[in-house]
Design a protein around this ligand. Structure first.
Ligand code: PLP
Length: 374
């Protein structure tokens, strides 16, 4: 690395793509290669197997890679697998709502379970909802860490409910994968969706599904109702050839390989500890400034935080964003029109020093607009 030029470091506090290391950035600079070559296939096999290992054992589970953003993996599961029975979709944020939109676009048989954005799912009420359905449900789709607010859904308990009710569960783990512990087998998760550019700290462009092998194999008999995103077709082709069906994002794959090596060096548990330390610093800092966050600490992912906007006439998200941006820090607007929040993520190649730097700038901005905590 020492011979490599350093790249200007921006502190991204948006919920991914996240701040990456220079080693991940430079891993993309490789000799040109045709992705149909065996050498490239070996890189994808390494990536697929290492991604599986983060959440499951590689004997019973496998990872199916796609070129695309995270939504591609979510859409692939819903449209390839969940098309033969009723799906319950839990909507307690923008990403649950997006799954409803995908299900609707494919004409799937879906029902929505709406739950408050800032409160844990009431499991007894959810069970009652299942029992009262006119037709028994076959599937459950749920987001793990709702990136809208940072609300962490209890996927282990939901997995147990699915087991009791013989439902197949899929989890959108986009913003939890590779930080918050997930054990697919223990949690009864059959399909999980994530991407390369959040807690994995890789580049954007790889979307993937971790799936139970025997469940994917069963899809052999299903007549496809999608094409590019067909999960079984992509699985079978990769298994047989070590290639994706269509052009993969070649250089992004090299970056992902390096990012995975860096996850292994740091450890997933240790990565989450580093993120949690950043989060504690953030929460203590905003409290000192008189600001508060939407979701209580005990239900919080400690990955992304929706902060209630300061009650001050001169406050304006865009001017706050622009001031921080000029100083090398990117924050994110709120995702929900009614919540009056802005969002700060603490993922990527960051330490609590970066969060302290953000808090100092935030304080300066708040003083500038005449905001006082009382
Ligand atoms: C929970 C969740 N699901 C899905 C997505 C969609 O990912 P992408 O924007 O990469 O398609 C995101 C992105 O922030 C997310 O946080």
């Amino acid at each position: 690395m020492s011979s490599m030029r350093k790249v200007k470091r921006n502190i991204l506090l948006n919920p991914g793509p996240a701040t990456t290391t220079d080693t991940v950035k430079f891993a993309q600079i490789v000799p040109d290669i045709c992705p149909r070559e065996k050498e490239f296939g070996e890189i994808m096999r390494f990536i697929s197997s290492e991604l599986t290992s983060i959440v499951a054992d590689t004997e019973d589970y496998t990872t199916i890679l796609f070129g695309g953003s995270g939504t591609a993996a979510v859409e692939s599961i819903l449209s390839s697998v969940m098309n033969d029975g009723v799906i319950i979709i839990i909507n307690n944020g923008a990403y649950g709502k997006r799954m409803c939109a995908i299900a609707e676009a494919y004409g799937l048989d879906w029902v929505e379970y709406v739950s408050p954005l800032d409160q844990p799912i009431q499991l007894d009420q959810f069970q009652l909802f299942i029992q009262k359905l006119a037709q028994p449900a076959s599937y459950l789709a749920v987001v793990h860490n709702e990136t809208t607010t940072g609300l962490l859904n209890d996927i282990e308990s939901l997995g147990a409910i699915c087991k009791e009710n013989k439902m197949t569960m899929m989890v959108d783990a986009m913003s939890s994968f590779s930080a918050i512990p997930i054990e697919m087998s223990k949690m009864n998760i059959s399909y999980l969706a994530a991407s390369s550019n959040k807690n994995l700290q890789g580049m954007a462009g790889v979307s993937f599904v971790v799936a139970k092998r025997d469940e994917v194999e069963k899809e052999k008999k299903t007549k496809p109702t999608n094409y590019y995103l067909n999960l079984y077709a992509q699985y079978k082709h990769f298994k047989q050839t070590g290639q994706m069906r269509f052009t993969p994002p070649v250089q992004t794959m090299y970056a992902l390989k390096q990012a995975i090596q860096e996850v292994k060096e740091e450890g997933v548990k240790e990565r989450y500890e580093r993120y949690s330390q950043c989060w504690e610093t953030l929460i203590a800092g905003i409290k000192k400034l008189g600001l508060h966050h939407l979701v209580a600490a005990e239900h919080h992912s400690k990955i992304i935080t929706a902060i209630v906007e300061p009650a001050c006439e001169a406050y304006d998200f865009d001017s706050m964003h622009d001031y921080l941006y000029r100083n090398g820090i990117t924050i994110y607007p709120g995702k929900h029109a009614n919540l009056n929040s802005f969002r700060v993520a603490n993922i990527g190649d960051l330490t609590k020093k970066d969060i302290e730097h953000f808090l100092t700038l935030l304080e300066t901005y708040l003083q500038h607009i005449g905001y006082s905590a009382n």
